[in-house]
Design a protein around this ligand. Structure first.
Ligand code: FES
Length: 148
């Protein structure tokens, strides 16, 4: 390892373990309860704010319970340049909530996210693990109807 590489901060083993544990919990419970983050902090010897900081940094982790279907619209530059704002407005109109909210019936949670790796077919979004690309206002209604 070069002197330059040695100077670059790396993730500690505890931080790597923390992210894996948070991802596992998210997939098991659907979100990260506050009590669990406190317990994780104790068991890994980290502060609660460190755990909370990681849990809130990644858009695929949530500290609040989510709906059965999670819509994530990409807001990164290539999607922005392909008018993702129009898609965001269409989803808001279809399901009646804003980004960061969950419908009262628990059918949808709506979030904005950074790049999901479909930039060449922007604008793009994910619903759960499904990727939808080349979005238009017309497509939104049809796509959402498939998610009950
Ligand atoms: S910028 Fe939107 S998918 Fe990459």
């Amino acid at each position: 390892m070069s002197k330059i590489q040695e100077g670059i901060p790396t993730q500690s083993k505890d931080q790597e373990n923390l992210l894996v544990l948070l991802e596992e919990t998210q997939s098991r419970l659907g979100y990260l309860p506050r009590e669990l983050m406190t317990e994780l902090a104790k068991s890994l010897g980290l502060s609660v704010s460190e755990v909370y900081g990681v849990a809130t940094f990644y858009s695929f982790l949530s500290t609040k319970p989510l709906g059965r279907n999670v819509i994530r619209i990409c807001k990164s530059l290539p999607c922005f340049l392909k008018n993702c704002q129009t898609i965001i407005k269409s989803v808001e109109k279809e399901i009646g909530i804003k980004p960061g909210e969950t419908t009262p019936d628990g059918r949808f949670s709506f979030q904005l996210t950074n790049c999901i790796g479909a930039c060449d077919k922007a604008p793009a979004m994910m619903i759960n693990s499904d990727v939808h690309v080349d979005l238009t206002q017309k497509k939104i209604s049809r796509i959402l109807q498939a998610y009950k």
